[in-house]
Design a protein around this ligand. Structure first.
Ligand code: FE2
Length: 181
């Protein structure tokens, strides 16, 4: 069984526990440090790969191109992030009417696990100039089908979350990196 299949199976089991978020955190803490995902990182292209999606669980393998920044967005469900390769800087925001204002941040290094509450708004950045970051993002709901928000990176005005726009940001960052090769 592929490492990502084992990860999904473990997450499906974890969300049946009395403390699903804590159980998912334990799963990620184990999996991101045992080296089994490193191969999946090498075999994956930049982007947001959906490993599993249902009403109550979404598991993503996110490969961040160097220096990519994804605009602020919310999830409206709990999330657990685990970094298995590279770094992921998270900047947090809080609502201010239709806009958002900065509210701290957290730099995640290889092996870090972060729990996010369902009201979190964050933007994400790969600070590395020449290496990709591999991260597992697990959500306690349907990350793709749940209506939520993103904020324009320049004007910080609220817009409906648009997965295609997100995928476009990954493509743009990937092209920008390849242009520097
Ligand atoms: Fe996010």
């Amino acid at each position: 069984m592929a490492a990502t299949d084992e990860l999904v199976a473990a997450c499906m089991e974890a969300i049946g526990e009395p403390d699903p978020r804590g159980a998912v955190r334990e799963v990620l803490s184990r999996v991101i440090t045992d080296g089994t995902l490193t191969k999946s990182r090498a075999e994956s292209t930049a982007g947001l790969h959906i490993l599993y999606r249902s009403e109550d669980l979404t598991v993503l393998n996110v490969i961040w191109p160097p220096l990519m920044t994804l605009f602020p967005h919310d999830h409206r469900m709990w999330a657990v992030i685990g970094i298995y390769s590279g770094r992921e800087d998270n900047a947090f925001f809080r609502r201010d009417g239709d806009s958002v204002i900065p509210s701290g941040g957290k730099e995640l290094a290889d092996g870090a696990v972060l729990l996010l509450g369902d009201d979190v708004i964050h933007s994400v950045h790969n600070p590395a100039r020449s290496s990709y970051t591999g991260a597992i993002h697990v959500y306690g709901g349907d990350f793709v089908g749940t209506p939520r928000s993103q904020w324009d990176p320049t004007t910080l005005t609220e817009q409906p979350y648009d997965l295609e726009l997100v995928r476009g940001e990954f493509d743009r960052a990937e092209r920008a990196f390849r242009a520097t090769d």
